[in-house]
Design a protein around this ligand. Structure first.
Ligand SMILES: [Zn+2]
Length: 109
């Protein structure tokens, strides 16, 4: 039987005492706050011309956006392409984007 990550963690935590669990609780609340404030910091760049955004998904400090893309080639009969997921994250004060693919990785869902 394969356990999910959450099941593995909860099995382990059943052996912890109240004091240890309280420490974990405060660590968790700090961690959650950190991640949520990071996610909010990301202002999504405007959708590039020729693209249509269909969906947005936030995970930790990364914003994922599902976009249909026009390649810009003349005589392209397959436009728009996709939709594809792109990730946006802050790096040195700038929002950088990266290509993800047709599907989000399962661990992000
Ligand atoms: Zn095209």
């Amino acid at each position: 039987m394969k356990l999910s990550p959450l099941e593995k963690v909860t099995q382990l935590l059943e052996r912890w005492n109240a004091e240890e669990l309280k420490q974990l609780q405060s660590w968790l609340s700090v961690r959650i706050e950190q991640l949520e404030s990071l996610a909010q910091e990301i202002e999504l760049p405007p959708v590039k011309s020729g693209r249509v955004a269909l969906s947005v998904h936030r995970f930790n400090s990364i914003v994922y956006r599902l976009e249909k893309v026009r390649c810009g080639k003349e005589n392209c009969h397959r436009c728009p392409h996709g939709p594809y997921w792109y990730g946006y994250q802050r790096s040195n004060g700038k929002v950088v984007s990266f290509y993800v693919g047709k599907k989000l990785p399962e661990n992000l869902m």
